[in-house]
Design a protein around this ligand. Sequence first.
Ligand code: TYM
Length: 328
Amino acid sequence: MKKMLTGLQPTGVITLGNYIGSIKQMVENQNKYDSYLFVADMHAITIAQDKDELRSNIRSLIALYLACGIDPQKNKIYIQSENEYHTNISWILECNTYFGELSRMTQFKDKSLKNVNFSSGLLTYPVLMAADIIAYDAHYVPVGIDQKQHVELARDIAERFNKKYGETFVVPAPLISDNGTKIMDLVDPTKKMSKSSENKKGTILLLDDLNITRKKIMGATTDSGAEIKFDEENKPGISNLINIYVSLTDKSIKEVEIMFKNKKYSEFKTAVADVVVETITKIQSSYNKLLNSKEIDSILDDGREYTKKIAKAKFELMKEKVGLGRGE
Ligand code: TYM
C-alpha cells in the first residue's frame, strides 16, 4: 500500500483553508493509503512562540484532527518533536542541500522580508519538512498550493540523495485537490486565507463562534457585476466563495454556476455560510468531547512508538550510506 503523509503547524487554531487544503484530503484518502498525520511543532518554533500557548495548541490540533474525521485506526498520529529522528535525518539532508535552493524558497523570501532578525531555522525549515516526508517513504503529500514548492524541494533532495548514495528514499509528490488548494482571505481575496492575517474578518477558524463565522461569510468582499461565475482573475471574491462551496459539498463548479444562475450574491453567500456553519458545527461538537479525553494520549503514545521505529531505521540506513559512526 502506498503511503500518504502530512503535517500542520500548531500555531493558533487552524483555518478553513488548512482544513480544505490538507486535512479534508487526508480524510478522503485514508482508506486508500497507509496514512501518517503529525503536528509540526518543531516547524512552529522557527518563529517565536509562547510556551504555554504552543503546548495547548498541540493538543488542540490533535483533537481537531480527530474531530475532522481522521480515523486513528487508519492513521499514525504523532507529534514531530517526540521523534528525534526527524531532526537527525534533517541534519544529514541539510548537508546535501544547497544554500541557494533554500534562499530561493518563496515562503522564506516572504517571511524573512517581514522580519529583519529571522532565525536560521526559517531558512532550513524546508529540509526538516523533507525529512518528515522521506523518513517514511511517503508517496503522496496532501498540501495546499503554498506548500507545493517545499514538497518539490523534498523531491529534489530525495532524488539527489538516491543518486549520490544509492537508492534510499521513495521520491514524494504533492497531492493537490482540484479546488480548494488555495482558499483566499474573505476581505482581501487576492491574499491567501491565513491564521496570521491582520484583519480577523478575512479568516475562518475552525473553532470560531458560529454566528461570527456566518457574519464573516456574509460580509465577504464580492466583485462588481452580479453573476455567480467562476473567474479568478476578474471575480476573485465570488470565485473564492465558489471554491469553498465546491470543496465542502463535492459539487462541481459548473453545477454551482447553474444552481445559482440569476440568483443574488446575498443568496449565494447564505448558501455558502450554511455549508460552512454545518461543517464547523460538526467539527466543534466532536472536538469538545475529545479535547480532554485520555484517548488522545494513547493515540499519541502508539503513534510515537510506531513512527520512531521507522524513522530510526531510515536514519541508521542513511548513516551507513554516508559513513557516519562505527558501522555495523
Ligand atoms: P501550515 O501549518 O502552514 O499549513 C498546513 C496545511 O494547510 C495548507 N493551507 C492551505 N490550503 C488551502 N488554502 C489556504 N488558504 C491554506 N493555508 C494553508 C498548507 O498548504 C498545508 O498543507 N510546513 C508545513 C507543515 C509541515 C508539513 C511537513 C506538511 C511540516 N512538515 C511535511 C507536509 C509534509 C506548514 O507550515 O503548513
